[in-house]
Each structure stands twice: as C-alpha cells, then as structure tokens.
Design a protein around this ligand. Structure first.
Ligand SMILES: [Zn+2]
Length: 314
C-alpha cells in the first residue's frame, strides 16, 4: 500500500512537473496556435497557410530590433501543383510565401556585412482522408515546433544585437512539404546579397525528443564543422547523430545546393509523422529546452564568433 502510494505520488509529481514545463514554455502558445483546428494543417496555398504567415509576421513585428525584409516580411513564392490523377500532367499555378526578417549587427562588428540565415518551414500537409473522412493533420511537431523555436530565437538574438558579428536573417519557408519549394526559391532569390550568406541553419521537427535523441544534418558541408560539433558541450548527454550529407530531406539542402555550408537540427521522426495524431499535447517541451541548449552553443559561435566555414561537397 505504502509502495503504491509512493509510486502514485511520484507519478503525480512528474505529471505536475511536465505540465509546469509545458505551461511555462515560450514555445507553447505558438505551437497551440499554428497547430490549431483553425489553421487546418497549413497546406501551401490554402487559408491555413495564409493564417500561419500572418501569425508569424505579427509575432516578428512585435520584437524590437527585428526588421522585416521583402514586402512587409513577405516574399511571394509562385509554384505549380500537379493535378492528382491527371494523366496529361496538368499543373495549376499557385502562390505561397516565405516570411523573412533580419537582425543587423553594427557596422563596426560586421564591416563586410556577413550573413547567417536561420530557417524553419511553417507549412504542413493539410487535410488527409482517413477511413473516408477528411482529418486535419495538425503538424505540431512538423513543423510548428521549429517555427516556435525560430520566433523565440529571433527574440533572443535581437536582445543581443550589439554583440553580433554577423547579420542574422530569419526565414520561415512555405511549401517545404511539396518539395522544398519556399527554401529553393529563397536560395535563388535571397532578398540579401547572396555572396554574403556564409552559413545556413535549419530546424525541422524539434518537438518530439525521445530518449534524448537529436540529429544534426549537414555536418560534412563545411570542412571545419565536424571539429566544431566535436568540441560542443553536451551537458544533457544527448544521443547525437551527425549526418554528413548536404542533401537530406529538408530545407537546408536548398542552401547546400548553392554552395553554402548548411545544417539542420531535428529531434527525429515518430509514428505520428504526417498523420492527424501530430498534435500539440504530445510536444516534449523539456526536450525542446535540451535541444535548445545544444543548438544555441552552435549558433552562438556562428553569430558572435564568425568562424570561417569552408564549403565542401558531401
Ligand atoms: Zn517538416
């Protein structure tokens, strides 16, 4: 009996602790909003897509020191969508957006105007038919988690802008799920001088850390990167996987293809990936904080230290 009581008290305590972590997390309100019924799975060129764009712009507008790029933060991204089941390969022209903003370093700190691009896609797969019924795929982990993280990262970096050695450009990509369309468009039309972009960092799915797993993609895309990662502190003892290739299945690949060292962080896939079960209640906020500690130690080096990264094919 005592033992049962002790166990149930312990369970109760950990539930309360988890709940507190979630409630206090700065990421929660973004994820709850982006992955809500209203946003209907944020499929490119749908109403939910536009709602997500507006939400991100309004959040960025409220951060002091962040200036919107493009047209009030928007970059129009034209694309063509194949008509399903059409044998003639009929395509319909559509439009989505990238959202872009910048925190500028002082001229003294960054005389040559070097740039770090940090990105995350905000779109998802919309509504899927399950057992003959249309169901919203909420995309809480994929990739409301990355967007929430990027908004809060912009806030943190804006607070430290006096110390930046490089300008930081934040991009929220559209239409990733249709084939890295938004990031591909931005990499070709970057809104800032392309030759000044020294490195790209991407976040895709940071919300479902399991067994302390964190994957870093693109570790082979700069000669120096593997040594940088090897020297990073890992106080939470994360189970790290470093993937060397630059052509992984997310937006960093669009920058790698343009000859820019590019990295992507993810807490990895799970059984709810691209299903209606990728919901906000399953987000591991403690895991997001652990990922954040590791990611920040890397990002800080890029923006406050400005190390030379030499591109290599991988
Ligand atoms: Zn994704």
């Amino acid at each position: 009996m005592k033992k049962i009581l002790a166990i149930s008290l312990f369970c109760f305590a950990s539930v309360v602790l988890n709940a507190q972590t979630a409630e206090n997390s700065p990421y929660k309100r973004h994820i709850d909003k982006l992955a809500s019924e209203e946003f209907a799975g944020r499929k490119a060129a749908t109403k939910g897509d536009t709602l997500a764009v507006n939400y991100i712009v309004s959040e960025l507008q409220r951060i002091q020191g962040v200036e919107l790029l493009g047209d009030n933060g928007l970059q129009v991204v034209p694309f063509e969508e194949k008509v399903r089941g059409n044998a003639d390969g009929l395509k319909i022209p559509k439009t989505t957006f990238n959202v872009a903003a910048m925190v500028e370093a002082t001229e003294t700190n960054n005389p040559s105007g070097e740039i770090v691009v940090i990105g995350a896609h905000y779109d998802h797969v919309g509504i899927k038919t399950v057992d003959g019924e249309g169901k919203v795929c909420y995309g809480a982990d994929d990739n409301a988690s990355g967007v929430a993280y990027l908004i809060e990262l912009a806030r943190k970096i804006a607070e430290e802008r006096e110390n930046l050695k490089r300008d930081v450009v934040f991009v929220f990509f559209g239409a990733e799920e249709l084939g890295l369309i938004g990031s591909g468009y931005f990499a070709n039309n970057p809104l800032v001088p392309a030759e000044k972009i020294k490195v790209m960092v991407n976040f895709d799915m940071l919300g479902r850390m399991n067994a302390k797993g964190l994957t870093v993609r693109g570790v082979g895309t700069a000669k120096e990167a593997v040594y940088m990662f090897a020297a990073l502190p890992n106080p939470d003892k994360l189970e790290l996987i470093w993937e060397m290739r630059g052509k992984g299945p997310t937006d960093y690949a669009s920058f790698y293809r343009k000859g820019i060292p590019a990295f992507s962080f993810s807490t990895r896939t799970h059984k709810d990936y691209h299903t209606p079960a990728d919901t906000p209640d399953k987000i591991n906020y403690e895991g997001m904080d652990m990922a954040d500690a590791y990611i920040m130690s890397f990002v800080k080096q890029l923006i406050f230290g400005a190390p030379v990264l030499t591109y290599q094919e991988q």
